[in-house]
Design a protein around this ligand. Structure first.
Ligand code: ZN
Ligand code: ZN
Length: 371
């Protein structure tokens, strides 16, 4: 954490910021909005603000979190707060020695209401003390995109558990099981074996429902011969995994086998050819080309992949028009798909880590239609 603060300060200096305010736009009950705060401090509570200056680092939390913040964020000075941010903002600025300085805030990390409350509190300060509030670029998101060894180890544990849960449950599914039943069996398996929770609600979509990339599981029995898309992930030590497989019960019809083979070829091609230095768009096009040449270009309507870490969707983006440059240490998904309304769909998703010269595939769940 200390090293992360030092790296952040170097970037803050480049952006001519004297400090950065980091929080979450809403109370982070489900640990999805407070990733920057957790990444910098280690604090896992649902509410709290970090104010990081060049030689100070404060964590502002209310009574519920005094002890937890001191334990989890030892490199931060506790600033106990009561009430809304407007009530204590001026005191924090003075105590941090930031009167009259440039303080960056994260546009994604505050609501309009919060920003207005801060601005109001600033306006009430004597004019020579007022800090200058400026929107900061996504400094912490950029840092989070490249994983250190400890983060990668947590991700690998989350990937391994997802592989295991998928494989164990997929082998047991029989005609007549409902989509919700499959989703619940996966969740149960993962929770019983150490997952803190799911990375996102499991998608199980059979038959024509598989044409919806983010389908909700239904109470509908699964039939032989239809595609079953299962997209799932678990959370281990704060880090997410993300895995998709498409399977079938009994024999696939010829069209399903054909579509599956195209998606698998596109997926393996991308895993073979993605390199550090490529943009997200270039990576996307590796798979898109294979699918387009097979005549299904219009049916691959989403991006090839996304970063995964504390959040299941984070930087970088592998998608048309994404300028993000892939770098060693990034962990991303490679997940092409073909979706045909009224018929169904196929998606295959692995997580990979970008290394010098290529990617290493982390996901090990079998890539076969019939389990
Ligand atoms: Zn997924
Ligand atoms: Zn994904």
């Amino acid at each position: 954490m200390k090293e992360r603060l030092q790296r952040l300060r170097l970037r803050m200096a480049e952006e001519e910021l004297d400090a950065l305010l980091v929080g979450s736009p809403v109370e982070d009950i489900f640990k999805t909005y407070g990733a920057n705060r957790r990444y910098l401090s280690g604090f896992t509570g649902s509410v709290g603000w970090l104010l990081v200056g060049h030689d100070v680092a404060f964590i502002a939390v209310d009574f519920r979190y005094y002890e937890q913040a001191q334990k989890e964020a030892p490199h931060f000075t506790l600033f106990p707060i009561k009430g809304q941010i407007g009530d204590w903002w001026a005191d924090l600025v003075r105590q941090a020695g930031l009167a009259g300085k440039r303080i960056g805030y994260e546009p994604q990390g505050v609501t309009v209401a919060t920003l207005e409350a801060i601005q109001k509190a600033v306006a009430a300060m004597p004019s020579q003390e007022r800090p200058h509030l400026v929107p900061a670029p996504p400094l912490v998101e950029e840092m989070r995109a490249i994983k250190d060894a400890e983060e990668l180890a947590a991700i690998e544990r989350a990937v391994a558990l997802a592989d295991e849960a998928f494989t164990a449950v997929a082998r047991r599914i029989e005609p007549g099981w409902t989509e919700t039943q499959v989703a619940w069996e996966i969740e149960k398996y993962a929770r019983e074996r150490g997952a803190e929770g799911l990375a996102f609600p499991t998608i199980v979509a059979a038959g024509e429902w598989a044409a919806l990339p983010h389908a909700q599981p239904r109470n509908r029995p699964i039939r032989e011969g239809e595609p079953i898309v299962i997209d799932m992930g678990v959370r281990v030590d704060g880090y997410c995994s993300d895995l998709t497989r498409t399977i079938v019960l009994g024999r696939p019809n010829p069209r399903l086998q054909q579509v599956y083979d195209i998606v698998l070829t596109a997926q393996l091609t991308a895993e073979e050819l993605v390199r550090p230095g490529m943009t997200g768009e270039e990576a996307h096009m590796l798979a898109h080309r294979v699918i387009a040449e097979a005549g299904y270009g219009e049916r691959f309507g989403h991006g090839l992949g996304h970063g995964v870490g504390l959040l299941v969707h984070e930087a970088p983006r592998l998608a048309p028009r994404s300028p993000d440059v892939l770098r060693p240490g990034m962990v991303v998904t490679i997940e092409p798909g073909i979706y045909i309304p009224g018929w169904g769909g196929v998606r295959i998703e692995d997580m990979v880590v970008v290394e010098d010269g290529g990617v290493r595939v982390l996901s090990k769940a079998p890539k076969v239609l019939q389990m």
